[in-house]
Structure formats: structure tokens, C-alpha cells
Write a protein that binds this ligand. Structure first.
Ligand SMILES: *Cc1c(COP(=O)(O)O)cnc(C)c1O
Length: 375
């Protein structure tokens, strides 16, 4: 079965009793035992729930792994994966990774880590320590859209006896399949493209080999941050249209990136050529409030990956937890805006950005100031 077919068939043929085409929402916490010492395979829904199992099987199939696991959020999925490591271990992290992942590792779990530029495999190799147990990569990165050579980093990880974990939220298995490129674990904020409609918060892990899958399943049950059956249903529902959505997100993003690159108030566009996410620097930070106040089709909101176009200001939103000095060093400036390009008609997105940039130029308090007063 090809991937597009597997996506449409996520959750199908799960209920031989009725033949239900849409996966039933098993809103049951517990399950009646047939007899002493017997089980239907389901005992208690933290451990296993049929609707969640349908999603977990689909996730494993789509990423090409042995075990999929669904969580109450992307952070819960990352939290579970990071429980594989302790204070005696060391992990390498992509330097401009999702702010919440940095907060989890540094402020909550206190796993010793080093930031590394994962666009340069030699920098990754140089950052290894004898106790490095994992390399956690985002590709493309958020918000600067830098890409990593996943096969090269997988080799470096495995030579060092470490795991490669890839956060595949931005590209999804439709555009990138990290396990096939050598990664050991894939992480998703399923809130984003997998579910795709800005109506559910969910997370996922997929493990390549069975032993690692078993260990993560043990941790998922033990920690308990599982995805509920109604939300699992919504993610399955979203998966069915993932291929169509990703193609449209990508086609729109390519057009928007090209249009922005030619705009006089845009200094630089960050678009990796793949996927539906892009960022851009406006020529001055003073334009930002005006752009955010003027958009009418694009919504000023956090998050990404849904059908609606969202515009985000990383320095005060997604990346607010990254210290200012570090943000500046990475190039996450106060002129940077991020777009999650939706699946609307592209002309409407571009016309909206055109009027918002023009509106911002008119509202810019520095517009008519003498040059000497400009920052
Ligand atoms: C949103 C996001 C997360 C966190 O996921 P939640 O579902 O919000 O908990 C992790 N990684 C990336 C790349 C994200 O975009």
C-alpha cells in the first residue's frame, strides 16, 4: 500500500463487529475480563485503548516504525522520550529548536545537554562526549528553517552508541521519513500537521526497533500522559487528508516565499524549499505591530500546521523562553515573523500580506522620522 492510501485508511477495519468505516470512539476507561486470567487485549485505557491503538498503529505504519505511541501533547511525547536518559547522561540538541523542548530539557528535566549546529555534521561529531546518549534534531528548525543531513547524523550517533531522535513535526511522514534515514525515534507535535485543523492538542512517538518501542510503551503507561479516545479520533480524522493538505501547504508556501522575497519591506526570507512553514525578517522591528494588527486572512496566533494561515512573532511567543542573548546569537531577531502557510487560495494570503505590510508602513512611527533617529 502506498503512503497516500495508508493515510486514507488510517483507523479503517478496526471494528469487525459492526464494520464501522470510521474508527469508533471507545469511551471506556476499563474492560470486562472474559474469565480469570483472560483479557480481550484491553484491560485499562491508560495502558491501551482501541481508538488510541488505531492511531498508534497508523503512526507506526506511516513513519515506518515498529511502535507508535500517542500522547496528550507534543511536550508529553518529548517528556516520555527524554525519560530514557538520566542526570549521568548527556544529549545534543539542535541549537534553534522549539522553545518548549529547550524549557523541558533545561529547566524541568535537567538533562545535561549541549546545543549544536545540526546543519554541520562535523560540529555534531565534535560536540560528542563519552556519555552522549542521544542527539535530538529538528529539521527544518523552528523558526529559522535550517535543515540537517539526517543520514550523516544518524551515522555519527550510532558510531558513538547514541540514539538519533528527530522531531518531524514540520515535514510529517508525507515529506520526510526520518526512520528510513537512520533515526531511532520520531517525535511529533500531532497538534500541528498530523491533526491539521487547529482543533486538538496531541503528541506522538514512533520507535524504529521493537525493544525501544517496548521501553517507550512501558514509560508511556507508567507516566500516563496518554491521548484520550476523542482526541485520538480527531488525529486519525486529520491524517486521512494529510497528503492533500501537505501538497497544498507546500505549493502555497513556495508562492508566498517567492512573493515575500521580492517585497521592499522584507529583508530576508527563510524557506527551506519544502513544507508549509517559512519565516521572514521585515526591514525594521517597528513594522511588526502594524503587520500583526493589519492581517485579516492570516490569523495572529501561536501554533502551526493547521488549514488556516497563522502568523507568529517568535521572539515574544514560541521562543520567549530562550534567553535574549542566545536568541540574538541564533538570528531570531525582533524583526522575524513566522508564517504557517495554510491551504486557503494563495492569492488571498498574498493580498492579505500585501495590505498588512502596507498598513504597517503607514502606521510605522519611525516612517517620517529623520534618518538620525532611526535605530
Ligand atoms: C508545537 C511543537 C512542539 C510541542 O508540541 P505540543 O503539542 O504543543 O505540546 C514540539 N516540537 C515542535 C517542533 C513543535 O512545533
Amino acid at each position: 500500500m502506498k503512503l497516500a492510501t495508508a493515510l486514507v485508511h488510517a483507523g479503517v477495519r478496526r471494528d469487525p463487529t459492526t464494520g464501522a468505516v470510521a474508527v469508533p470512539i471507545y469511551q471506556s476507561a476499563t474492560y470486562q475480563h472474559p474469565a480469570l486470567g483472560q483479557s480481550t487485549g484491553y484491560d485499562y485505557s491508560r495502558t491501551k485503548n482501541p481508538t488510541r491503538s488505531a492511531l498508534e498503529d497508523a503512526l507506526a505504519r506511516l513513519e515506518g516504525g515498529s511502535q507508535g505511541l500517542a500522547f496528550s501533547s507534543g511536550m508529553a511525547a518529548l517528556h516520555c522520550a527524554l525519560q530514557l536518559f538520566g542526570p549521568e547522561d548527556h544529549v545534543l540538541l539542535t541549537e534553534d529548536l522549539y522553545g518548549g523542548t529547550y524549557r523541558l530539557v533545561d529547566r524541568i528535566l535537567h538533562v545535561p545537554f549541549t546545543f549544536v549546529d545540526t546543519t554541520r555534521p562535523e560540529a555534531v561529531r565534535a560536540a560528542l562526549r563519552p556519555n552522549t546518549r542521544a542527539i535530538l534534531v529538528e529539521s527544518p528548525t523552528n523558526p529559522l528553517m535550517k535543515t540537517a543531513d539526517i543520514p550523516a547524523i544518524a551515522d555519527i550517533a550510532h558510531e558513538a552508541g547514541a540514539l538519533l531522535i528527530v522531531d518531524n513535526t514540520f515535514l510529517t511522514p508525507w515529506l520526510q521519513r526520518p526512520l528510513e534515514l537512520g533515526a531511532d525515534i520520531v517525535v511529533h507535535s500531532a497538534t500541528k500537521y498530523l491533526a491539521g485543523h487547529n482543533d486538538v492538542v496531541a503528541g506522538a512517538l514512533v520507535a524504529r526497533d521493537a525493544a525501544l518501542g517496548e521501553r517507550l510503551t512501558y514509560l508511556q503507561n507508567g507516566i500516563g500522559a496518554i491521548l484520550g479516545p476523542q482526541d485520538a479520533y480527531l488525529v486519525i480524522r486529520g491524517l486521512k487528508t494529510l497528503a492533500l493538505r501537505m501538497e497544498k501547504h507546500q505549493a502555497n508556501a513556495r508562492e508566498v516565499a517567492a512573493w515575500l522575497a521580492a517585497h521592499p519591506l522584507v529583508e530576508r526570507v527563510f524557506y527551506p524549499g519544502v513544507g508549509g512553514m517559512l519565516s521572514f525578517n521585515v526591514t525594521e522591528a517597528a513594522l511588526v505591530p502594524g503587520v500583526l494588527a493589519s492581517v485579516q486572512v492570516c490569523l495572529f496566533a501561536e501554533s502551526l500546521g493547521g488549514v488556516e494561515t497563522l502568523i507568529t512573532y517568535p521572539s515574544t511567543q514560541t521562543h520567549a523562553d530562550i534567553p535574549v542573548a542566545r536568541r540574538e546569537q541564533l538570528g531570531i531577531s525582533d524583526k522575524l515573523l513566522r508564517l504557517s502557510v495554510g491551504i486557503e487560495d494563495c492569492h488571498d494570503i498574498i493580498a492579505d500580506l500585501a495590505q498588512a505590510l502596507e498598513g504597517a508602513r503607514c502606521k510605522n512611527p519611525l516612517r517620517d522620522a529623520p534618518a538620525a533617529h532611526r535605530a
